[in-house]
Design a protein around this ligand. Sequence first.
Ligand SMILES: Cc1cc2nc3c(=O)[nH]c(=O)nc-3n(C[C@H](O)[C@H](O)[C@H](O)COP(=O)(O)OP(=O)(O)OC[C@H]3O[C@@H](n4cnc5c(N)ncnc54)[C@H](O)[C@@H]3O)c2cc1C
Length: 156
Amino acid sequence: MNATKYRDILDENLFQSALDLRLGQRFTFQQDNNPKHTAKMQRNKVMVKTVAIIGAGISGLGAIKACVEEGLEPTCFERSNDIGGLWRFTDEAEDGRASIYKSLVTNVSKEIMSHSDFPMPEDFPNYLPHHKYFEYIKLYAKHFALVKYIKLKSYG
Ligand SMILES: Cc1cc2nc3c(=O)[nH]c(=O)nc-3n(C[C@H](O)[C@H](O)[C@H](O)COP(=O)(O)OP(=O)(O)OC[C@H]3O[C@@H](n4cnc5c(N)ncnc54)[C@H](O)[C@@H]3O)c2cc1C
């Protein structure tokens, strides 16, 4: 085995170890002195860090996504029966949940209101009627598969 190949193996093992750390897995790095042998790793599962997130409004959804990307295990507690926070308009006010009013149109443009990793659909107007922003929130949650982390009708 030449030096380049040997270094490649070491690099690969180092990279794998970094991934394991990120995923909360413990690893032991075993390297014998024989360069013909690929380094062997033993992985033991250690507890992944869990995170509680209160509320499945747009902030809560962003927090879930960030946790998942970091290898954490989020659970989001949402006291109402759907996601969207104050952008989910209902005719009747719900106890403890702020709401927008029926005629509300956003006063911030769609470019500014969208997440940098999920632009608004092209055909959405520049300033959104509230139901369009709610639609965007739903699209965001679906696109990043966030709903499975949310417990509706639960209090944090
Ligand atoms: C009238 C009005 C107009 C606005 N217009 C704009 C605009 O045009 N552009 C803009 O960018 N922003 C606007 N905003 C700001 C708005 O606050 C943010 O856009 C955004 O909705 C905030 O999201 P959030 O997730 O932080 O909070 P929210 O949307 O309020 O969501 C909070 C969620 O947490 C849940 N919750 C709260 N406490 C608990 C608990 N103890 N346990 C479980 N669940 C809980 C609630 O049920 C809710 O679903 C406006 C706000 C208002 C009131």
